[in-house]
Design a protein around this ligand. Structure first.
Ligand code: TMP
Length: 220
């Protein structure tokens, strides 16, 4: 049986990393082979790009460079990690993917989303997820969670997290618009509830993908 490709999207502080891990644990307990990866990252080169785009540099990337860096990282992880795992029949869970580019660089930074889709197709050779879980959370909640995380880990906000409130507002609206335009692929889950209730909602969305009653079915 062919593998499935599931991506998690949402702003910082929406709980993506937690829920990727919780879903991976559940799927493994059901006997599925699961591979967890993240974007940018997942390969040696892509992890280096991750550090580069998040760092405070004296000469931070201009927006076009930022797009190309994210896409370079994506091309690597798709060809070296994601496609091989899907070909082995594994379930691939990815923390962020193409929709982050459309939301952050498109809606957030103002680059034409149609153009970004074409560039993204080049980087991925047309690979899109079977299911995208959008963890939606009001701005106030994600800001509080982010501040708590930074305090707990003694880290400062990175370059992108520091972008202003208007940027983050456009981002959330962008994610919701992307989901509205492709309801067959997206499951939008309110992530302001308890960890358990959100994990159950994520698992239920995946269940609909498995039994074919709702979400998924994008061809590759
Ligand atoms: P995170 O996955 O820990 O949230 O960090 C990744 C950061 O990179 C986050 O601020 C979102 C940003 N990002 C983009 O701006 N565009 C992209 O295409 C991707 C994958 C991430």
């Amino acid at each position: 049986m062919r593998g499935r490709f599931i991506t998690f999207e949402g702003p910082e502080g929406s709980g993506k990393s937690t829920h990727v891990q919780l879903l991976a644990d559940r799927l493994k307990a059901e006997g599925r082979k699961v591979l967890v990866t993240r974007e940018p990252g997942g390969t040696c080169l892509a992890e280096k790009i991750r550090s580069l785009v998040r760092e405070e540099l004296d000469d931070p990337p201009v927006t076009r460079s930022e797009v190309l860096l994210f896409l370079a990282a994506r091309a690597q992880v798709v060809s070296q990690v994601i496609r091989p795992a899907l070909a082995r029949g594994e379930w691939v869970l990815c923390d962020r993917f193409a929709d982050s580019t459309f939301a952050y660089q498109g809606y957030g930074r103002g680059i034409d989303v149609g153009l970004l889709r074409n560039f993204n197709d080049f980087a991925t050779e047309g690979l899109m997820p079977d299911l995208t879980i959008l963890l939606d959370v009001p701005l106030e909640v994600s800001r509080v969670r982010l501040a708590e995380r930074q305090a707990a880990t003694s880290t400062a906000a990175d370059r992108i997290e520091q972008a202003g409130v208007m940027f983050h507002r456009r981002l959330r609206e962008g994610f919701l618009e992307l989901a509205k335009a492709d309801p067959a692929r997206f499951a939008v889950i309110d992530s302001s509830g308890s960890r358990e209730s959100v994990a159950d909602a994520v698992h239920a969305a995946v269940g609909r993908l498995v039994d074919g009653t709702g979400i998924g079915g994008k061809s590759r």
